[in-house]
Design a protein around this ligand. Structure first.
Ligand SMILES: [Cu+2]
Length: 139
C-alpha cells in the first residue's frame, strides 16, 4: 500500500492536477501515467504534451471495440470548462516508454505538463506497482 497523500495536487491558473501517478508492471517499463485534471475556468483548455527526462512520454487514448482494446497516440487532450477529467485505464492516459531509469514502487518522478492556456505545470508523479489492468487510485 502506498502511503496516503493528503493533498497530492498541483495548480496553476484554472487548472488543477490531482494525484498524478505512474503505474508499472515491469521496472524497465513501459508504464502509464494517470491523474485527474480539473478545469475550474470558463474556457476549455488542452493538455498538449508532457516533458520528462526519464522516458519518452506520449498522450494516448484507449478504446474498446468489440472487446478489442486499441491504443492510439493523440495530439492533445481537451479539458472542457468546469470539468474534472480523469486520465485512467481504458481512456486517456500518458504512455511512458524507453525508460532510462528503473521504476521503483513508492518513489517520485518529476514531469512538466504543457497546457495551451495554463502553460507549464510542474508535477510530481508517484510511482506505484500496478496490481491488475484496471488498477487506478483516485485520491
Ligand atoms: Cu498507451
Amino acid at each position: 500500500m502506498s502511503s496516503p497523500s493528503i493533498a497530492h495536487q498541483f495548480q496553476k491558473e484554472n487548472i488543477n492536477i490531482n494525484h498524478p501517478h505512474i503505474k508499472f508492471t515491469i521496472s524497465s517499463g513501459p508504464a502509464a501515467g494517470y491523474m485527474t485534471i480539473v478545469n475550474m475556468g470558463e474556457k476549455p483548455d488542452k493538455l498538449l504534451n508532457i516533458e520528462v527526462d526519464f522516458a519518452v512520454a506520449e498522450l494516448h487514448h484507449s478504446e474498446i471495440n468489440n472487446g478489442i482494446i486499441s491504443m492510439n497516440k493523440v495530439d492533445f487532450i481537451e479539458i472542457p470548462a468546469q470539468i474534472a477529467k480523469s486520465l485512467k485505464p481504458g481512456g486517456y492516459h500518458v504512455m511512458f516508454s524507453k525508460f532510462n531509469i528503473e521504476l521503483i514502487n513508492d518513489t517520485e518522478l518529476i514531469g512538466v505538463l504543457n497546457f495551451e492556456f495554463a502553460g507549464e505545470i510542474k508535477v510530481v508523479f508517484e510511482v506505484e506497482t500496478q496490481k491488475n489492468k484496471d488498477d487506478y487510485t483516485e485520491h
